[in-house]
Design a protein around this ligand. Structure first.
Ligand SMILES: Cc1cc2nc3c(=O)[nH]c(=O)nc-3n(C[C@H](O)[C@H](O)[C@H](O)COP(=O)(O)O)c2cc1C
Length: 173
């Protein structure tokens, strides 16, 4: 299901002590979300279970970031990133997310994914918002089939001079 919610310019700021948690099956369908997830998203639990996380995808989020997320978790690594989400009413809330694969005990078989998100540091968000705007613009100026590579190029150009990889870069902000 694609998200058709119209964004409104209303920010919901996460509380310092909240953790937004969800789990998915290997295809990314939500199998569990905690009360805090439900509270921020504005949906009922029954509207979330079985859905993809793109129910809360905000149109300001670059495709390249989600491409990197899936590439990372499908190659057995953990992903860290700043994500702007949209609520059922169209408001937005920023999170700092960690996403990891879950395995069947004793095997390398991915049985699902797991995400925990907390309140991002607002000073870091100023930088991220600018970066995401540049990535989004590059994606929008490219042909759809080249959007992710155009966006990824902006991200790479930003990180490469630091000598860090994406994960180190994000955690060093
Ligand atoms: C465990 C897990 C948590 C995710 N959390 C979010 C999230 O909070 N917000 C979001 O927009 N996408 C999240 N995603 C990524 C979505 O699956 C999806 O790739 C993204 O919303 C882009 O949707 P689209 O490819 O349909 O445009 C998550 C994925 C996984 C596996």
């Amino acid at each position: 299901m694609k998200n058709k919610i119209k964004p409104i310019n209303q920010e919901i700021i996460m509380s310092d002590n909240d953790f937004i948690v969800s789990k998915t099956d290997p295809k990314g369908r939500i199998t569990y979300c905690n009360r805090i997830f439900i509270k921020y998203s504005g949906y009922k639990e029954s509207e979330l279970l079985g859905q993809q996380h793109n129910v809360i995808r905000h149109p300001d989020m670059p495709r390249s970031i989600f491409y990197l997320l899936w590439q990372t978790i499908n190659s057995n690594s953990e992903f860290f990133g700043y994500v702007k989400n949209i609520t059922k009413s169209g408001a937005y809330y920023w999170v700092f997310a960690n996403v990891t694969p879950s395995y069947s005990v004793g095997t390398e078989k991915i049985v699902g994914f797991f995400s925990v998100r907390r309140k991002p540091d607002p000073t870091k968000l100023l930088f991220i918002e600018e970066l995401y705007k540049k990535i989004l613009a590059a994606e929008q100026n490219a042909e759809p089939q080249h959007a992710v590579s155009a966006g990824t190029k902006i991200l790479t150009n930003c990180i490469e001079p630091t000598g860090k990889d994406y994960c180190e870069f994000i955690l060093s902000l």
